[in-house]
Design a protein around this ligand. Structure first.
Ligand code: ADP
Ligand code: ZN
Length: 440
């Protein structure tokens, strides 16, 4: 690819000097502090750090004077505790996947949404998307940002967008064939599933499809898995990192050189910190990604601890973009599980167990691969009284647990009822989760 062929949406910003980016970040940070001061939450937090005005931020390094924000803070602020504009200015809300218990919610004004769509369009164009593409979005629509936030960006780019949402693989394949889909957005597991479905299908073969690229994210995956999917489907696969708290999937994206995800530094400040000391790691070192959003008025989010572990890739990208690149994520600093792209905290499962009569003292969570998809099993000890009861009572308990859990975590776990005292009791800190998925 020659230099002139490298696609950009906004070449001036995307290749701006580091000095320009630093200036934009400083202005953005001050604006966010001003927005923060409009919320009780940040006014109090800032005061504890001696910050009472945007003027207290004099240099980019002054970000280190500001407090951190956690997912717990977001939950505590539910529903409107972080609102920094009049409620009538909000045009949409989104929430994190799988957290229907106390969701972490974001709110956006029309301008916020326009900027989010522009960021998404920029990402898609960096990956070589154009207005000639037919983009089929196989991520769940609804509160989850992977649906609508991706969708609006693809539309803004001018592509033809097919909002099939997740699931119903045969219908996905028919649409891909009939409308000449060139680009798809799906989790890595679903891409493998799609490939298997094409192999098995008597109706649709790879030759019927015009697919050339897939955008994938929402869950950790390896370089080997990317290459496997690319080989199987004969396409280019782009890694994309996002989270609802940061307006969804346009936060960091691979360019056509596919060597790490450019994080759009005019709209986000990314720090990589040692999760224990919360001090910056040496250049190129791995640590927790901490993000500050600069492009949202309705809901400021300052030094948000993502709990995701990664590093900056040292050196320049061949594309000429000056926005730094994030390497693949290597894990998390908390116990959040990602099951088929949906976030699940073991504590949510425990919450259901603890409030259900007949459930005993011990439980164990197993995550496995079943084919290409993840499977979550909850093994539950029941009380001796319930165990002595007849099978109908036990089956009803199992059904109830299943229904309550799937309502809370939005995925369907298998429930295995166990005899009292049959699950291993660990000494010290209980180990209640076993992730048996192969690390690809
Ligand atoms: P989504 O799952 O749609 O990205 P959520 O807000 O529900 O959005 O979850 C965000 C979390 O998903 C991130 O904090 C991270 O742990 C994980 N995640 C998202 N994209 C990636 C990716 N490309 N690689 C690894 N993990 C990812
Ligand atoms: Zn690049």
């Amino acid at each position: 690819m020659t230099k002139a062929e490298i696609p950009f949406r906004d070449i001036a910003i995307e290749t701006a000097s580091r000095e320009t980016i630093a200036r934009i970040q400083l202005e953005g940070l001050r604006r966010q502090v001003a927005q923060g001061l409009k919320t009780d939450f940040y006014r109090k937090r800032f005061a504890e750090c001696g910050i009472s005005s945007p003027e207290d931020i004099g240099t980019p390094d002054d970000i280190r004077k500001l407090p951190f924000t956690t997912k717990g803070d977001l939950r505590d602020a539910y529903p409107f505790g972080l609102l920094a504009v009049p409620k009538s200015e909000v045009v949409r809300i989104h929430a994190s996947s799988g957290t229907t218990g106390t969701p972490t919610v974001i709110y956006l004004t029309q301008k916020d949404l326009d900027r989010a769509s522009d960021t998404m369009a920029r990402s898609l164009m960096a990956a070589g998307g154009t207005k000639d593409d037919v983009i089929q979005n196989m991520m769940t629509y609804g509160l989850f940002t992977g649906g609508l936030c991706f969708h609006y960006g693809a539309e803004l780019m001018g592509a033809m967008v097919i909002p099939t949402s997740a699931g119903n693989t045969l219908r996905q394949l028919r649409f891909m064939k009939d409308f000449g889909t060139t680009m798809i957005h799906a989790t890595p597991s679903y891409l493998l599933h799609l490939h298997a479905a094409i192999e098995e299908s008597e109706e649709i073969s790879r030759g019927d499809l015009r697919l050339r690229k897939a955008i994938t994210g929402a869950e950790p995956h390896s370089e080997e898995l990317r290459r496997k999917i690319e080989g199987k489907l004969g396409i280019e696969v782009y890694n994309c990192y996002g989270m609802s708290e940061m307006n969804g999937p346009g936060l960091a994206f691979e360019c056509v050189f596919r060597s790490g995800m450019h994080v759009w530094e005019d709209r986000f400040i990314a720090e990589i910190l040692d999760p224990d000391t919360l001090e910056p790691v040496p250049e190129g070192g791995t640590g927790e990604l901490v993000l500050t959003i600069l492009c949202r008025d309705a809901m400021p989010l300052i030094r948000y601890r993502t709990r995701d572990l990664t590093r900056f890739i040292v050196g320049e990208c061949e594309c000429g973009r000056t926005h730094r690149r994030l390497a693949r994520f290597t894990g998390r600093t908390d116990d959040m599980l990602i099951i088929n792209g949906v976030n699940v905290f073991p504590s949510q499962i425990e919450e259901v167990l603890l409030r259900t009569n007949g459930v005993g003292a011990n439980y164990f969570i197993v995550v496995e691969k079943e084919g290409v998809l993840d499977r979550l099993t909850v093994q539950v000890e029941i009380t001796p009284e319930t165990f002595a009861d007849d099978a109908r009572v036990i089956n009803a308990l199992r059904d109830r647990l299943k229904a309550e859990m799937s309502a809370l975590i939005t995925i369907n776990p298998a429930i295995e009822i166990r005899e009292p005292g049959s699950l291993p009791v660990s000494e010290g800190k209980a180990k209640r989760v076993e992730d048996r998925r192969p690390r690809e």
